[in-house]
Design a protein around this ligand. Structure first.
Ligand code: NA7
Length: 508
C-alpha cells in the first residue's frame, strides 16, 4: 500500500471549515473507542475518516488479551455501546472472546472496517498548523485536519525489573502476550503478580497444571464476582420487552457509581461497606488463619483497584497450588529464587505484572506547536485538559486520555461521551469557519489544579497503598469526581475553555 501524499497537494488547504469541505480526520487505534468514534462521526455526517491500526485485527485490549479466564468486571449491558445494546450477552459479566466478537459484529454492521488500515502503526504525528502530518511505520505520509487518538490506556506490557529475568530456561510470557500455542497441562507453572489479571488466570489454570506457584508481592482486596448465566427466556425478554435493556444499563451504571465510585471518592460509609464485604469474603473463602493472614492487605479496600473474582481463593487452596510471599530475589534458569534461598523450579513463568500506564499514545512521537513534544509535555506525569485535549496540540483529541474516568465505570460509556464532546467541538469549528482549536493554557492549569486538590480525598491517595493509579509524582492520575460529572461536562462543553482561531482562506 502506498498512501504517500505530497504535502503540497493540501496547501494552502488551511481552514477546512472556512472552505466548506469535509475535515480529513485520522483516528488512531481500532478498539472500542476508535470504532465508536468512526460510527458516531459518520452518523453526524463526517465521512472523510481514516483509522490506523497497528495490529492485523481490530479489537484493542480485547484482541491483545486472550488469556484463560479473561472476563470483564463491568456488567455486559453497561459495558457495550449505548447505540448497540446486545440482548444476546450470555453472562452478566462477559468473557473476553464474546466481547471481542461483539465489537467485530458492531464494526461489520456499521460498515466501518472499510475505513481501517490494519497493520499500519502510526510512528509520528507533527503539527503543521493548522493540519497534522501523520507518518506510518511504512514511511507513508498523510495530512489530516484533525487527529483523534484512540490508543487505549493499558496497552504496553510492563515487564518486572527482576534480576535474571531473561536467564529463565523455560518458557515465559506476559499475560497480554498469551501463548495460545503452548498447553499448560501437566506443567510446573509460576505466575508473578496478584492483580485482576493474575486472579483470573489462576482461577482458570489451577485445575490443569501439575503445580502452580503464585508469587505475591502485595495482597489485594477481593470481592465476589456475582456472575450469572442468562437463560434463553431472559434473553428473549431483553430482545422484545421495550426499554428493558436500557433500564438494566442505567441500573448497572447507577449501582457501580453509587457504590464503588463513592467508596473511592471519600464517602466513608460506602468505603466501610466495601471494606466489610471484602473482609467477609476473605473470611468465608479462606478458613485457614495462616493463609488468610498472608492474603490480608494492610491498606484500605478500593485503594488499589478492587478485584472481583470468585475462583481465586478456592484455587489457591488446591493441593497443587502454593502462594509464595517471600520476596523474589532473582530469576535463575531453573525458576524463581526467593529471599529464603529457595529455588521454585518451573517449566513456564507467567508475568501478570500489569502495564506501562503512563504511555497512552507513546511511543508514537507527537510534536505540537513550536516543536513541543508530547513526551516532554508529559515529562513529570501525563496530564490533559478534561482527559481529552492538550494546550499546544491543536486539533488533537485523545479518547481515554490521562486523568480520565478509569475506575468504577464502563470505559465504553466514557469514551462515547468524549466522542460526543469532540463532535460538538468539530461542529462548532464547521459553523464558525474555525481552523484551529486547542484548550487554553489557563483553563488546562485551572482544571488540573482543581483535580490535584480533590484527588487527595480519594482512597487512591489516602488508602495507604501503591498502585498503577499513581504517577511518577505519587499523585493518582485519575478523575477525582463522580463519573456523572464527567459525562455532563462532555455533553455540555464550555467553549470558553478553548482557543478557537480562524485563519484566512488561502487562494489557490
Ligand atoms: P496490575 O493491577 O497492575 O497488577 C500487577 C501485579 O503484578 C501486581 O500484583 C503487582 O504487585 C505485581 N508486580 C508488578 N511488578 C512486580 C515485580 N517486579 N515483582 C513482583 N510483583 C510485581 O495489572 P493487571 O494486569 O492485573 O490489571 C491491570 C488492569 O487491567 C486492571 O486494573 C483492570 O482494569 C484490567 P503489587 O501489587 O504492585 O505489589
Amino acid at each position: 500500500m502506498n498512501m504517500s501524499v505530497a504535502r503540497e497537494q493540501f496547501e494552502p488547504a488551511g481552514a477546512w471549515a472556512a472552505q466548506g469541505r469535509q475535515p480529513r480526520i485520522a483516528i488512531i487505534g481500532a478498539g472500542f473507542s476508535g470504532i465508536g468514534a468512526l460510527i458516531q462521526l459518520r452518523k453526524q455526517g463526517y465521512t472523510d475518516l481514516t483509522c490506523f491500526e497497528k495490529a492485523e485485527k481490530i479489537g484493542g485490549t480485547w484482541r491483545d488479551n486472550h488469556y484463560p479466564g479473561l472476563s470483564c468486571d463491568v456488567p455486559s449491558h453497561f459495558y457495550s455501546y449505548s447505540f448497540e445494546p446486545n440482548p444476546d450477552w450470555t453472562h452478566r459479566f462477559s468473557y473476553g472472546p464474546e466481547i471481542w466478537a461483539y465489537m467485530n459484529k458492531v464494526a461489520d454492521k456499521y460498515e466501518v472496517k472499510r475505513d481501517i488500515h490494519l497493520n499500519c502503526g502510526v510512528t509520528d504525528l507533527k503539527y503543521r498548523g493548522p493540519q497534522w502530518q501523520l507518518t506510518t511505520e511504512h514511511g507513508d505520509v498523510e495530512i489530516f485536519d484533525l487527529v483523534i487518538a484512540a490508543t487505549g490506556v493499558l496497552v504496553n506490557p510492563a515487564y518486572p525489573a527482576i534480576k535474571g529475568l531473561d536467564s529463565f530456561a523455560g518458557l515465559q510470557w506476559h499475560s497480554a502476550r498469551w501463548r495460545d500455542d503452548v498447553s499448560l497441562k501437566g506443567k510446573r507453572v509460576g505466575i508473578i503478580g496478584t492483580g485482576s489479571t493474575a486472579c483470573q488466570i489462576v482461577g482458570a489454570i489451577a485445575g490443569e497444571v501439575a503445580h502452580l506457584d503464585v508469587f505475591q508481592r502485595t495482597p489485594h482486596w477481593l470481592n465476589a464476582m456475582p456472575q450469572k448465566k442468562y437463560s434463553a427466556t431472559w434473553r428473549f425478554m431483553l430482545r422484545w420487552v421495550p426499554g428493558l435493556q436500557l433500564a438494566i444499563r442505567h441500573f448497572m451504571r447507577w449501582l457501580m457509581e453509587h457504590t464503588f465510585a463513592r467508596a473511592t471518592l471519600g464517602d466513608e460509609k460506602q468505603q466501610q461497606r466495601v471494606q466489610d464485604a471484602c473482609e467477609a469474603f476473605l473470611r468465608e473463602q479462606v478458613p485457614d488463619p495462616e493463609l488468610r493472614a498472608r492474603l490480608t492487605p494492610n491498606y484500605k479496600a478500593t485503594c488499589k483497584r478492587m478485584i472481583m473474582c470468585s475462583d481465586y481463593y478456592p484455587a489457591l487452596q488446591q493441593d497443587n497450588v502454593a502462594l509464595i510471599t517471600d520476596r523474589i530475589d532473582e530469576i535463575v534458569p531453573e525458576g524463581v529464587k526467593t529471599a529464603d534461598d529457595r529455588v521454585h523450579e518451573l517449566d513456564v513463568l507467567l508475568l501478570a505484572t500489569g502495564f506501562q500506564v503512563s504511555d497512552f499514545i507513546l511511543p508514537t512521537r507527537v510534536t505540537g506547536e513550536n516543536g513541543l513534544e508530547l513526551a516532554d509535555f508529559w515529562r513529570d506525569a501525563p496530564r490533559a485538559h478534561r482527559a481529552l485535549t492538550f494546550p499546544g496540540f491543536p486539533n488533537f483529541f485523545m479518547l481515554e486520555g490521562p486523568t480520565g474516568v478509569f475506575g468504577n465505570t464502563s470505559l465504553i460509556d466514557i469514551s462515547e461521551h468524549q466522542i460526543a464532546c469532540v463532535i460538538a467541538i468539530i461542529d462548532r469549528m464547521k459553523q464558525e469557519g474555525v481552523a484551529v482549536v486547542a484548550p487554553k493554557q489557563e483553563a488546562y492549569e485551572a482544571y488540573n489544579r482543581a483535580m490535584s486538590r480533590d484527588i487527595g480525598k480519594s482512597t487512591w491517595a489516602t488508602g495507604g497503598c501503591d498502585s498503577w493509579y499513581l504517577d511518577a509524582t505519587g499523585t493518582p492520575n485519575i478523575y477525582p469526581w463522580l463519573p456523572q460529572r464527567y459525562r455532563e461536562d462532555m455533553l455540555n462543553p464550555d467553549f470558553s475553555e478553548y482557543r478557537f482561531e480562524q485563519l484566512p482562506v488561502a487562494v489557490s
